[in-house]
Ligand binder design. Structure first.
Ligand SMILES: [Zn+2]
Length: 200
């Protein structure tokens, strides 16, 4: 894999850690990036990432390529809200919402910290983000996988997304329709990221 990192480095792409690759529409064709923690449009009200760049394990990216392709055949584009998350961002989120049902306390390793987890949603063919059961990090009953309390069209989209993610080898969680993990996420160590100097 070393040649690939060299290639990306020479192309001027940022590398957060040698175990991670940058996620772009080049690595996942059709992808839309809407990195909420790189904007103020998140539960902290602050930009937690200095740059709107996303990183994941190569294995995660490979599976997302499959997801994006299958979704495109159904008229949708895959959107990433968050990917690998450094420990510092996890801490900031916990401080904004210290509830263990939804977020991981700084004392534990978040699955996002392993590069094996993603927060995703759907856009139309033109890249417009579609209405889904809830917003990102909207921690209430609309966010869980019981979609009986949300508009039918939104429920249908969330089920389409779920089917595509499961088919590609991801598992989900019951409380957040947007969150998915590689099924073998436990086999990957944390990549804390705060020593990287890039600030994320
Ligand atoms: Zn998540």
């Amino acid at each position: 894999m070393a040649w690939l990192f060299l290639l990306l480095a020479s192309a001027g792409m940022a590398i957060a850690d040698e175990r991670l690759l940058e996620v772009t529409p080049e690595t996942i064709p059709g992808l839309v990036l809407d990195l909420r923690y790189a904007s103020t449009n998140n539960i902290t009200g602050k930009a937690l990432y200095p740059e709107a760049r996303a990183y994941l394990r190569p294995e995660t990216i490979q599976k997302l390529r499959k997801v994006a392709k299958n979704l495109q055949e159904e008229g949708y584009r895959l959107v990433i809200w968050d990917a690998w998350r450094p420990a510092s961002a996890q801490k900031a989120l916990w401080e904004a919402k210290p509830e263990g049902r939804f977020l991981t306390p700084p004392s534990k390793i978040s699955r996002h910290n392993r590069g094996t987890s993603v927060d995703v949603t759907l856009a139309d063919r033109n890249g417009n983000i579609l209405e889904m059961p809830s917003d990102h990090d909207e921690f209430n009953a609309k966010a869980d996988e019981d979609f009986s309390d949300v508009p039918k069209e939104a429920a249908k989209r969330a089920r389409t997304l779920r089917a595509a993610m499961f088919q590609a080898g991801f598992s989900g969680v019951p409380d957040e329709w947007w969150h998915y993990d590689l099924r073998d996420w436990r086999d990957y160590e944390a990549i804390k990221g705060d020593e990287m100097g890039a600030g994320r």
